[in-house]
Design a binder for this molecule. Structure first.
Ligand SMILES: [Zn+2]
Length: 180
């Protein structure tokens, strides 16, 4: 095993230093740097945020997608390529990790029903400025925060039963009403 500098020299071998690297070379170097950073027990959010295409966070696979500041999970964590420019990007990584714990506990179909559909619906309503409570205060989001050991809030409009939102179907009905 050579040191890092020697390896980089080998990868760039034959290319004059003043020539800008080609797209394929940048791509290959990014992959090599991601592979070198892989550690199944990694618990550093920084490693995830600095990855180009993939990484591992507390044994969960993380894929970077060109979806800007957004992130979601389906057993695997999908972290947008611009999440690092969020105010608290580490929180996003820990929150999405919390969703992978939910997935492990619920299985695919339980997760789709109890987390996937509710959060997509709530996210959609939020975009339309129709969500009557703070997104992260809903039961499925606060559970993910608990699993990921991350805190959001205090909430101005927390999810409460007084709002009349007992479960996901109240939200689905709201989307339906919005369009009818
Ligand atoms: Zn979430």
């Amino acid at each position: 095993m050579g040191n890092r500098a020697e390896r980089v020299v080998r990868v760039n071998g034959g290319v004059p230093a003043d020539r800008p690297p080609s797209a394929i070379r940048v791509f290959m170097n990014n992959i090599i740097s991601d592979v070198q950073a892989v550690d199944i027990r990694n618990d550093s959010e920084e490693v995830v945020l600095n990855s180009h295409y993939f990484s591992v966070y507390q044994e969960a696979l993380v894929i970077r997608l060109p979806i800007g500041q957004q992130a979601f999970s389906l057993g695997i964590m999908f972290i947008g390529d611009d999440v690092a420019s969020r105010p608290d990007p580490e929180k996003t990584v820990r929150h999405e990790y919390g969703h992978t714990v939910q997935y492990a506990n619920m299985g695919l179909f339980g997760y789709i029903e109890e987390v996937g559909i509710p959060s997509l619906t709530a996210y959609y309503l939020k975009k339309q400025e129709q969500l009557p409570y703070d997104y992260h205060s809903s039961p499925w989001e606060s559970k993910a925060n608990e699993h990921g050991d991350v805190e959001y809030g205090p909430f101005k409009n927390p999810w409460t039963e007084e709002h009349g939102y007992y479960d996901i179907w109240d939200l689905v009905e709201q989307v339906y009403n919005y369009y009818s």
